[in-house]
Write a protein that binds this ligand. Structure first.
Ligand SMILES: [Zn+2]
Ligand SMILES: [Zn+2]
Length: 256
């Protein structure tokens, strides 16, 4: 399994992109930077897009990529929870802000949206997908993606502390975890459904107690202005846990 980090941040600039992952060039998770990172050709290779939650930085490129698929007379398969469908249909693809790609064109709508049930494994594009609820201000799921040859990654989406129930359901070789802020914002970040290095450390200690191991950890969704602090604090946490924890960056490739 080859995982490409298309976007690793919670803010966008000409160098930094909003959070998106690409697995084996065919499965995307979150849509913060699908059109801004991928050529038209690469976009057309996507067999499915999984969305963690409705926040703008995670769905931003759905209207744009839908237009590209519409013009290519192709269908894009999107999987997420009901609240994400509702947000897209009501606020973005509502015929006022942008076309209703869930219904248009009538004979073969551009978007084929599947509502997934958290806790129930599904086969998507040749992968076993498990959506697991996490802790955020709006309904949010993380995804465990397992390939046919048994390689497995879990991506938290946006989540604050309190992941023990989530950890019980998963068994990944790689954990892609959000770390939005540095520890000086531990309280507001935690209350707002985000993690800091110390909050991640607490969750990883629980993971190791429950599962008896720690996977390699890569962090995403960093706030650019805090990244130097986050990196220093993550280095300390990694040493304390004697584990591999590194910050993702745009274009990072991870082979499992
Ligand atoms: Zn969010
Ligand atoms: Zn976010």
């Amino acid at each position: 399994m080859d995982i490409q980090i298309l976007g690793a941040h919670n803010c966008e600039s000409h160098k930094l992109r909003l959070t998106s992952l690409l697995i084996d060039e065919v499965l995307a998770v979150d849509a913060g930077s699908l059109t801004s990172s991928l050529s038209f050709e690469a976009q057309q290779k996507l067999k499915a897009v999984l969305l963690t939650h409705q926040h703008y930085d995670h769905i931003r490129d759905i209207p744009a990529i839908s237009m590209n698929f519409y013009l290519a007379k192709a269908t894009i398969n999107i999987y997420s929870i009901q609240s994400v469908y509702d947000a897209l249909a009501n606020y973005l693809l509502n015929g006022e802000l942008y076309p209703k790609f869930f219904e248009k064109p009538e004979d073969k709508p551009t978007i084929r949206f599947t509502v997934i049930e958290p806790g129930k494994s599904e086969q998507v594009a040749g992968y076993s997908i498990l959506a697991v609820p996490v802790k955020h201000g709006v309904p949010t799921v993380g995804y465990q993606v397992t390939s046919a040859d048994g390689k497995s990654v879990f991506y938290t989406g946006d989540s604050g502390p309190g992941l023990s129930d989530c950890w019980k359901c998963i068994f990944p070789q790689l954990l892609i975890a959000e770390v939005t802020a540095s520890d000086k914002f531990k309280e507001p970040a935690g209350n707002g459904g985000h993690l800091t290095p110390t909050l991640l450390k607490q969750e990883l200690i629980i993971f190791r107690e429950l599962k008896g191991y720690l996977p390699r950890v890569v962090t995403v969704h960093m706030s650019p202005g805090l990244e130097a602090e986050i990196e220093a604090e993550i280095t300390t946490v990694a040493a304390e846990l004697n584990s591999s924890i590194t910050l993702a960056y745009e274009g990072m490739l991870i082979h499992l």
